[in-house]
Design a binder for this molecule. Structure first.
Ligand code: 5GP
Length: 331
């Protein structure tokens, strides 16, 4: 909820283009913005139109943006004006699918702006969780592995839970936490799993508790998540800093990932076909369209060494420098 204070900072949760908005009193006075951008609200006295500046350019004149209330109303009207698309009704019944699509859209629209504050972690505070997100094949796992092995006393992954049987050389709590299917499912239902999946009939997943254990030891926990898990991880307790690992352009990837002569050590064993590259690009675009507003940092993995160095400095910035976080985390 956006409060009534005079200087308010918000994160835009959707894009806005005044030139495409017939309702704006004066399109030239409008402030275009992209999801994820932080806006300083200069004036919110009008119920429909606020004045705002981007924090990335505070010396610029303020421009008009739709108020929280107006943006919500517009998005709702837009949604209801969309034609029904029966081909999207896959397995569920048509009305059921339509209803669930509408409900999920409403909840997404519930907060067109998210109130944010500048947060500087106190050295005595827990470290922030580092979450890496990116399409399959972009190198998320490899970047996480390199970061952790660069300093295992500082960085650690969370020990996953699994329902599979413990092997003789494994130790409970080291490779995995071994739990029954019932326990695992209860953790999923009570939103204690940040992510999970099935492999050969067994469940595997990363729990909130496992992340907390690492943070409580004073280390920086680094995990990778499907973007759907971001919502569960975004709590004041974990204060996740979310880094999107993005593939470079297809033409760059053709060079680095298809041509074995110029690839780095990691990609030698990972040759990508043209359709893999296209799939990676499409998947990255979908992730950015749907979840881009939550990304604190974007790193293009063009070159593994450079991306690793950028990741290391982003992770330290996240812990040591002021960052915009949801106001709800700090109250
Ligand atoms: P294994 O049983 O050989 O230790 O692991 C088999 C597979 O389980 C791994 O290759 C990986 O695909 C999956 N897996 C392991 N840990 C996790 C986890 O934390 N989350 C998910 N979703 N899958 C995992």
């Amino acid at each position: 909820p956006v409060s009534n204070q005079t200087t308010l900072y918000v994160r835009a949760m959707a894009d806005y283009c005044p030139l495409q908005d017939p309702a704006i009193p004066c399109a030239d006075a409008g402030l275009p913005f992209k999801k994820g951008e932080i806006l300083q609200i200069v004036d919110q006295n009008d119920a429909l139109w606020w004045q705002a500046r981007k924090v990335s350019d505070l010396s610029a004149c303020a421009g008009l943006i739709p108020s929280n209330h107006l943006l919500k109303r517009k998005q709702r009207e837009f949604w209801w004006s969309q034609p029904f698309q029966p081909h999207l009704c896959l397995k569920s019944s048509m009305s059921g699918f339509r209803r669930s699509m509408r409900l999920s859209c409403y909840s997404a629209l519930a907060a067109p702006y998210e109130e944010v504050v500048r947060y500087q972690r106190h050295p005595a505070d827990r470290n922030r969780l580092i979450v890496l997100v990116g399409p399959a094949g972009v190198g998320v796992n490899e970047l996480r592995r390199r970061l952790i092995s660069s300093n295992p006393r500082e960085f650690q992954s969370a020990v996953p839970h699994t329902t599979r049987v413990q092997k003789s050389y494994e130790m409970n709590g080291r490779e995995y936490h071994y739990v029954s299917k019932e326990t695992f499912e209860n953790m999923v239902y009570s939103h204690r799993m940040l992510e999970y999946g099935e492999y050969k009939g067994y469940l595997y997943g990363t729990s909130v508790d496992a992340v907390r254990t690492v943070l409580d030891e004073g280390k920086i926990c680094v995990i990778d998540l499907e973007p759907q898990g971001i919502q569960i991880a975004r709590t004041h307790e974990l204060k996740p800093y979310i880094i999107f690992i993005k593939p470079s352009s297809i033409s760059c990837m053709r060079q680095t990932r298809k041509n074995a002569r110029i690839i780095t050590d990691y990609y030698v064993n990972m040759k990508f076909k043209e359709e893999d590259l296209q799939e990676m690009e499409d998947s990255a675009k979908k992730m950015e369209d749907q979840f881009g507003q939550f990304f604190d940092q974007v790193i293009v993995n063009d070159n593994l060494q450079e991306a690793s160095a950028q990741l290391l400095s982003a992770v330290h910035r996240a812990q040591d420098e002021p960052q915009w976080v949801p106001a709800m985390w700090i109250c």
